[in-house]
Design a protein around this ligand. Structure first.
Ligand code: GBH
Length: 460
């Protein structure tokens, strides 16, 4: 039973896809087993100061050894689908060459376990664990990595495509490119603006090449897609400076990805801004045709919306580097444990805008959720009213967007389990199931029971 006071979600059809999501490095552990080679996150998490408390994914949720029990947990929640990522350095050690039978064997067993429990596998090919050997060869700023990714995608399709219907290529390429190569807060921790632009282009190229290669290799039809992180970018005030800052944030964060994918061109205003600072996307002939290869579903990861100001606190429009100021100003709302604002109405705004500006793309929410300062009782149970309310209000935001025409077909909660939250380590808990990292005991939180009951109610 649940103690949630929040009303159950209504207004969604029985066919709506309900799921939970995870990612390989965040839950699997077993980083040196069965031939897996290091990824950029194994390396980065060893850099002093890179990850809170010097945490790493060596053990994480030990999912690699507890997979059947974790599938049973999903089954108990009644979800239709499980979104997980495949660890490239398990399946193709070093990022080149033939498939590693022991590595792909894990995902083979996972897929069978899911199907045996009536849960549809939803595969993400790349959730940030690039084989370190490929980073040593230049990483995503090196064009060759896009071709290596396409080879890897075909290996996975050949091994799992007989049973898996949905393959998404990349999770949040903005994070890989911008946080990994420009701000350096994610692996591989580089700080080079032009390298991050090259990474963006080669991630998108890799997506297009992989989609083409999988389609060519398949022996039955599949659903292909990509997942992007999306916020909203509104002007902090209705001034020319703030409107321009919001345009720039939206351009670099959203349109730089969606325009080439959907329209086959980089946005002209962003290209002009880049040229003004002497930078450009490293486009070769034919690249945009590859990048805009048709795909079937757009995955959306939404956490919060932001406002932007075009001036610093002193009112200057340019920073010390001479670049225009684009300063995030969080909306004045309650915050999560990440200090992120809680903005469900911006979620509706985003989905309606995608429907208007990028028509014809079926949408699935591939991640939505929140970290809060959970207080487990002596049995490990967490009465997380805050997370329950976050999920309920954001699912209601999806219902509102659908009523305005947005073609949203599913929703995956982030995350099934508390897990390794990247640079925040194990401090931040996004799970709807609590994990005691000493005992590895899993205990569904109130939000998980609410999610289970909501799904059941919508089906009945
Ligand atoms: C997702 O990243 C990841 O896919 C997932 O692995 C992770 O655990 C989860 O979210 C929770 O963090 O303030 O400039 O960074 C989400 C990363 C965080 C990217 C919010 C966009 C807002 C812009 N997103 N961020 S900025």
């Amino acid at each position: 039973t649940t103690t949630a006071r929040t009303p159950l979600a209504t207004g969604l059809p029985p066919t709506f896809l309900w799921g939970v999501a995870t990612a390989s490095y965040q839950i699997e552990g077993a980083v040196a087993e069965d031939g897996r080679t290091p990824s950029i996150w194994d390396t980065f998490s060893r850099v002093p100061g890179a990850v809170a408390n010097a945490d790493n994914g060596d053990v994480a949720c030990d999912h690699y050894h507890r997979m059947p029990q974790d599938v049973a947990l999903m089954k108990s929640l009644g979800v239709d689908s499980y979104r997980f990522s495949v660890a490239w350095p398990r399946v193709q050690p070093g990022g080149r060459g033939p498939v590693n039978p022991a590595g792909i064997g894990f995902y083979d067993r996972l897929v069978d376990e899911l199907l045996g429990n009536g849960i549809a596998p939803w595969v993400t090919l790349y959730h940030w664990d690039l084989p370190q050997e490929l980073e040593d060869a230049g990483g995503w700023p090196n064009r060759d990595t896009a071709y290596r990714f396409a080879d890897y995608a075909e290996l996975v399709l050949s091994a799992l495509g007989d049973r898996v219907d949905t393959f998404t290529t990349l999770n949040e390429p903005w994070c890989s490119a911008w946080l990994g190569y420009n701000t350096g807060v994610h692996a591989p921790g580089r700080r080079d603006f032009d390298a991050s632009l090259a990474a963006t282009h080669h991630l998108l190229l890799g997506h297009g090449l992989a989609t083409q290669r999988m389609r060519a290799a398949e022996t039955r039809p599949h659903t292909y897609g990509i997942t992007l992180n999306m916020g909203t970018a509104d002007p902090a005030a209705d001034t020319e400076a703030d409107r321009d800052a919001a345009r720039r944030a939206d351009g670099m964060g959203l349109r730089l990805y969606l325009d080439p994918l959907h329209r086959g061109e980089y946005p002209a205003d962003v290209v002009a801004d880049l040229a003004a600072r002497g930078s450009a996307m490293p486009v070769q002939d034919g690249d945009l045709e590859i990048i805009s290869t048709p795909f079937d579903v757009l995955g959306i990861n939404f956490y919060f919306g932001q406002n932007f100001a075009g001036t610093d606190e002193q009112g200057n429009r340019h920073g010390s580097d001479g670049e225009p100021v684009v300063r995030a100003v969080f909306p004045d709302t309650p915050r999560t444990a990440m200090d992120w604002p809680i903005t469900p109405e911006r979620f509706t705004q985003l989905l309606v805008r995608l429907h208007r500006d990028y028509p014809g793309l079926p949408l699935v929410i591939t991640e939505n959720g929140a970290a809060f300062d959970d207080q487990p009782d002596e049995t490990g149970y967490v009465a997380d009213d805050d997370r329950t309310e976050y999920l309920a209000s954001h699912i209601a935001a999806v219902v509102a967007a659908r009523e305005q025409g947005a073609d949203v077909r599913g929703y995956f909660a982030w995350s099934l389990l508390d897990n390794f939250e990247w640079a925040y380590g194990y401090d931040k808990r996004f799970g709807i199931v609590h994990v005691d990292y000493r005992s590895q005991v899993r205990t569904p939180k109130q939000s998980a029971l609410w999610f289970r009951d909501s799904i059941a109610a919508l089906r009945s």
